[in-house]
Design a binder for this molecule. Structure first.
Ligand SMILES: [Zn+2]
Length: 453
């Protein structure tokens, strides 16, 4: 029967989750990448197309069996089953491939959908094309509607994994899937969403993208940065800003109403050696460039509410630490939001599944050196957050500790001052941290930002 309105009931299934991390490599878990891509697919389809009804197997990091997923899709009466996965092999294999059920013919409707989506994804994903394939996978076999499963790169391959770490790549992969679905099912675009973004500027929002090539608490350092940029042929100037009563000197190296042009300038600035440069939109929304948040010192960008609601989406019983990290982070000039992400990493989202117990108020694993060593204890959550920030301050700054609050970090004096200005500098330094520790914290932070968008 032909439908009058174009409509689609899409079951969207990010692979793995919860206790099942899926494939792992290069500091990444498959379950996190698949969830992030799937959420972006959902957002693109619901924002840009009419009459798309999407049910997701999961929207957070929870466990769900394969049969629960297919049973849910079947009983809901989905028109299409879209599963997102990441591959793994030996480390040398790389690229993209997708699957339909093995018994289907090349002329089947399911195979035609596969061709369409495959073609659209390959246009955008920068991955080697390993082709369209068939397999006897559970979700392809047990689903009663046409089903498709994509393997978006190899997590244990350094080329593919480097792409996976970029928010812009995950967005492109999501866009490719969304484009394929839209074509395959002839979805009708929402009229308030023009097919092409306006060029060269964005007159609807008037957004201006500024290239920030450093933020300093010392004017002298900011001036030095400007001189360095000008010596490299890049015009720049210092712009003082006040954040929670503290003066910051931002170095701005260009601005453009066209995002692409701003990104080109950003690339030039990075090529000149300022690898922590980043873009800021005039409305204050910061982009997710991976390097823009590597600095431990800097202004907090997420609100306390955004931090709290992120953790509660994963652990509904979590205590609310957002405002402590926000206000005390600002006092020390430390990224309170990324520090919060570090606490979520250390405490398994305040579930305290490691050796540190909740009553210790030790959100940073201070003094917990592995084995049965439970680490430091703090009288109140506020003291625990203070100790966390003070410990970071010891690593990130050579300045004396601001003295409005007493020193509660028992290990402050043991830190080589200024030895880790960036989150990734904490690799191998922070408690029992590993070689990708900082990246894990930043990845978690990126998920916080994504979930608050
Ligand atoms: Zn998988």
């Amino acid at each position: 029967m032909e439908k009058e309105e174009f409509s689609l009931k899409l079951y969207l299934d990010p692979g793995h989750g919860g206790t099942d991390p899926g494939a792992q490599g290069n500091g990444l878990n498959e379950k996190d990448v698949t969830l992030n891509i799937a959420l972006k697919i959902r957002d693109i389809l619901t924002n840009s197309y009419e009459s798309v009804d999407i049910k997701m197997s999961r929207t957070t990091d929870v466990s769900k069996s394969l049969s629960e997923r297919t049973t849910e899709a079947n009983s809901w009466g989905a028109d299409y089953y879209l599963a997102i996965h990441i591959n793994a092999a030996s480390g040398s294999a790389q690229g993209y491939e997708d699957y339909i059920y093995s018994s289907l013919s090349d002329s089947s409707t399911t195979a035609k959908y596969q061709s369409t989506i495959h073609e659209e994804v390959i246009k955008l994903n920068q991955l080697k094309d390993r082709g369209r394939k068939k397999a006897n996978f559970h979700v392809l076999r047990e689903s009663t509607m046409p089903a498709f499963l994509s393997e978006n790169g190899f997590i244990d391959n350094s080329h593919d994994a480097a792409l996976m770490k970029q928010s812009s790549w995950r967005q492109d992969v999501a866009q490719g899937h969304a484009n394929g679905i839209a074509i395959a099912f002839n979805l009708k675009r929402k009229t308030n969403n023009p097919p092409e973004p306006p060029e060269p500027s964005n007159p609807v929002t008037g957004t201006l993208y500024k290239v920030i090539a450093g933020s300093f608490q010392s004017r002298e350092n900011a001036d030095e940065r400007v001189a360095f940029l000008e010596a490299n042929g890049i015009d720049a100037f210092v712009k003082p800003t006040t954040i929670a009563g503290k003066n910051w000197y931002r170095v701005q190296a260009g601005a453009n109403s066209n995002r692409e042009n701003a990104e080109k300038r950003l690339a030039e600035v990075k090529a000149a050696g300022i690898t922590d440069a980043f873009l800021v939109a005039e409305n204050g929304v910061t982009t997710l460039e991976s390097a823009d948040r590597n600095s431990i010192m800097g202004p907090t960008q997420l609100s306390a509410g955004q931090m709290n609601s992120f953790v509660k989406g994963i652990n509904p019983d979590a205590m609310e630490l957002g405002s402590l990290y926000q206000t005390l982070g600002e006092y020390y000039g430390i990224r309170g939001d990324i520090t919060f992400a570090q606490a979520m990493h250390e405490t398994n989202y305040l579930r305290f599944t490691g050796v540190v117990q909740p009553e210790q108020n030790n959100f940073a694993g201070i003094g917990a050196t592995g084995g049965a060593t439970r680490g430091a204890s703090f009288a109140t959550p506020k003291d625990g957050v203070l100790a966390h920030l003070q410990h970071l301050y010891a690593y990130a700054s050579t300045e004396p500790l601001p003295d409005q609050y007493p020193l509660v970090d028992p290990r402050f004096q043991l830190v080589e001052r200024g030895s880790a200005p960036n989150w990734t500098d904490l690799n191998g330094k922070w408690a029992v941290s590993g070689e990708t520790y900082g990246q894990s914290v930043l990845d978690l932070y990126e998920r916080m930002v994504d979930s608050s968008n």
